[in-house]
Write a protein of this length. Sequence first.
Length: 161
Amino acid sequence: MHKKDDSLDKKEFQESELKNKRRQSLALEPTIPLSELTLTDPIMKVTLWIGSFGVYNESILTFHSNGFVKRELLILQTFGEEQRIESGWYNQDDSAKVLKKFNSFKTHLWPELFVETETITHDGTQWKLEVCKKGEETSSYSGSNAYPPKWRSLKKLFGHY
Protein backbone atom coordinates (compact mmCIF):
# COMPACT_ATOMS: atom_id res chain seq x y z
CA MET A 1 0.00 0.00 0.00
CA HIS A 2 1.31 3.45 -0.98
CA LYS A 3 1.33 6.14 1.74
CA LYS A 4 0.21 9.60 0.53
CA ASP A 5 2.57 12.53 1.07
CA ASP A 6 0.62 15.23 2.93
CA SER A 7 3.27 17.96 2.58
CA LEU A 8 1.70 19.31 -0.63
CA ASP A 9 -1.76 19.36 0.94
CA LYS A 10 -0.40 21.21 4.00
CA LYS A 11 1.29 23.79 1.80
CA GLU A 12 -1.90 24.38 -0.21
CA PHE A 13 -3.89 24.64 3.02
CA GLN A 14 -1.43 27.17 4.49
CA GLU A 15 -1.54 29.27 1.31
CA SER A 16 -5.34 29.17 1.36
CA GLU A 17 -5.40 30.21 5.02
CA LEU A 18 -3.02 33.09 4.29
CA LYS A 19 -5.29 34.33 1.48
CA ASN A 20 -8.33 34.08 3.75
CA LYS A 21 -6.59 36.06 6.52
CA ARG A 22 -5.61 38.71 3.98
CA ARG A 23 -9.21 39.01 2.76
CA GLN A 24 -10.52 39.23 6.33
CA SER A 25 -8.06 42.01 7.19
CA LEU A 26 -9.34 44.24 4.38
CA ALA A 27 -11.46 46.55 6.45
CA LEU A 28 -12.57 49.06 3.84
CA GLU A 29 -13.78 47.52 0.61
CA PRO A 30 -16.32 48.99 -1.84
CA THR A 31 -19.82 47.66 -1.14
CA ILE A 32 -22.48 49.62 -3.08
CA PRO A 33 -23.98 48.48 -6.40
CA LEU A 34 -23.89 51.15 -9.11
CA SER A 35 -27.67 51.00 -9.57
CA GLU A 36 -28.21 52.42 -6.06
CA LEU A 37 -26.24 55.61 -6.64
CA THR A 38 -27.37 59.01 -7.73
CA LEU A 39 -24.25 60.61 -9.12
CA THR A 40 -23.20 64.03 -7.90
CA ASP A 41 -20.19 66.16 -8.66
CA PRO A 42 -16.88 64.95 -7.30
CA ILE A 43 -15.46 67.22 -4.60
CA MET A 44 -12.06 65.53 -4.43
CA LYS A 45 -10.21 63.06 -6.61
CA VAL A 46 -7.03 61.39 -5.35
CA THR A 47 -4.92 59.31 -7.72
CA LEU A 48 -2.05 57.04 -6.70
CA TRP A 49 0.33 55.66 -9.32
CA ILE A 50 2.82 52.96 -8.34
CA GLY A 51 5.12 51.41 -10.89
CA SER A 52 8.29 49.64 -11.70
CA PHE A 53 9.79 47.99 -14.77
CA GLY A 54 6.97 48.70 -17.23
CA VAL A 55 3.87 47.92 -15.18
CA TYR A 56 2.09 50.74 -13.40
CA ASN A 57 -0.87 50.44 -11.09
CA GLU A 58 -3.25 53.35 -10.87
CA SER A 59 -5.79 53.76 -8.10
CA ILE A 60 -8.35 56.51 -7.90
CA LEU A 61 -10.47 57.52 -4.92
CA THR A 62 -13.23 59.93 -5.97
CA PHE A 63 -15.11 61.64 -3.15
CA HIS A 64 -18.61 62.87 -4.11
CA SER A 65 -20.75 65.59 -2.52
CA ASN A 66 -23.46 63.03 -1.66
CA GLY A 67 -21.05 61.34 0.78
CA PHE A 68 -20.13 58.36 -1.40
CA VAL A 69 -16.62 57.38 -2.46
CA LYS A 70 -15.72 55.46 -5.59
CA ARG A 71 -12.51 53.44 -5.81
CA GLU A 72 -11.02 52.31 -9.11
CA LEU A 73 -7.90 50.17 -9.47
CA LEU A 74 -6.26 49.74 -12.87
CA ILE A 75 -3.12 48.15 -14.26
CA LEU A 76 -1.35 50.15 -16.95
CA GLN A 77 1.24 48.40 -19.09
CA THR A 78 4.00 49.95 -21.19
CA PHE A 79 2.23 49.12 -24.44
CA GLY A 80 -0.68 51.41 -23.56
CA GLU A 81 -3.02 48.60 -22.59
CA GLU A 82 -5.34 49.28 -19.70
CA GLN A 83 -6.99 46.55 -17.67
CA ARG A 84 -9.55 47.46 -15.03
CA ILE A 85 -9.26 44.99 -12.19
CA GLU A 86 -11.47 46.54 -9.52
CA SER A 87 -14.08 49.27 -9.27
CA GLY A 88 -16.71 49.89 -6.64
CA TRP A 89 -18.47 52.31 -4.33
CA TYR A 90 -18.30 52.59 -0.55
CA ASN A 91 -21.53 53.11 1.38
CA GLN A 92 -21.84 56.41 3.27
CA ASP A 93 -20.58 55.01 6.59
CA ASP A 94 -17.52 53.42 5.00
CA SER A 95 -17.02 56.52 2.82
CA ALA A 96 -16.67 58.61 5.98
CA LYS A 97 -14.07 56.13 7.25
CA VAL A 98 -12.19 56.29 3.94
CA LEU A 99 -12.10 60.09 4.10
CA LYS A 100 -10.96 60.01 7.73
CA LYS A 101 -8.25 57.48 6.90
CA PHE A 102 -7.04 59.50 3.91
CA ASN A 103 -6.95 62.70 5.98
CA SER A 104 -4.90 60.87 8.65
CA PHE A 105 -1.98 60.72 6.20
CA LYS A 106 -1.76 64.56 6.31
CA THR A 107 -0.62 64.76 2.70
CA HIS A 108 -0.83 68.56 2.81
CA LEU A 109 2.27 68.44 5.06
CA TRP A 110 4.29 66.21 2.73
CA PRO A 111 7.18 67.51 0.64
CA GLU A 112 6.54 67.43 -3.09
CA LEU A 113 9.41 64.99 -3.61
CA PHE A 114 10.52 62.16 -1.35
CA VAL A 115 14.24 61.53 -1.84
CA GLU A 116 16.00 58.22 -1.32
CA THR A 117 18.48 58.63 1.52
CA GLU A 118 20.23 55.28 1.24
CA THR A 119 22.91 54.61 -1.34
CA ILE A 120 21.46 51.24 -2.34
CA THR A 121 18.28 51.14 -4.39
CA HIS A 122 16.05 48.48 -2.90
CA ASP A 123 13.16 47.93 -5.28
CA GLY A 124 13.12 50.43 -8.15
CA THR A 125 9.59 51.58 -7.36
CA GLN A 126 8.37 55.00 -8.45
CA TRP A 127 5.13 56.47 -7.20
CA LYS A 128 3.06 59.63 -7.44
CA LEU A 129 0.04 60.84 -5.49
CA GLU A 130 -2.13 63.60 -6.93
CA VAL A 131 -4.86 65.33 -4.91
CA CYS A 132 -7.42 67.37 -6.87
CA LYS A 133 -9.93 69.25 -4.71
CA LYS A 134 -12.78 71.17 -6.30
CA GLY A 135 -11.89 74.85 -6.48
CA GLU A 136 -8.27 74.34 -5.39
CA GLU A 137 -4.94 73.87 -7.10
CA THR A 138 -3.86 70.24 -7.62
CA SER A 139 -1.21 68.96 -5.19
CA SER A 140 1.32 66.33 -6.33
CA TYR A 141 3.75 64.23 -4.33
CA SER A 142 6.18 61.63 -5.63
CA GLY A 143 9.17 59.48 -4.89
CA SER A 144 11.52 56.87 -6.27
CA ASN A 145 12.58 54.33 -3.67
CA ALA A 146 11.55 56.82 -0.99
CA TYR A 147 8.16 56.79 0.68
CA PRO A 148 5.96 58.87 3.00
CA PRO A 149 5.07 57.77 6.54
CA LYS A 150 2.48 54.96 6.72
CA TRP A 151 3.20 53.95 3.10
CA ARG A 152 1.74 50.46 3.47
CA SER A 153 -1.49 51.81 4.97
CA LEU A 154 -1.78 54.33 2.15
CA LYS A 155 -1.33 51.62 -0.47
CA LYS A 156 -3.90 49.43 1.26
CA LEU A 157 -6.47 52.24 1.29
CA PHE A 158 -6.05 52.52 -2.48
CA GLY A 159 -6.38 48.76 -3.02
CA HIS A 160 -2.70 47.86 -3.41
CA TYR A 161 -1.79 44.88 -1.25
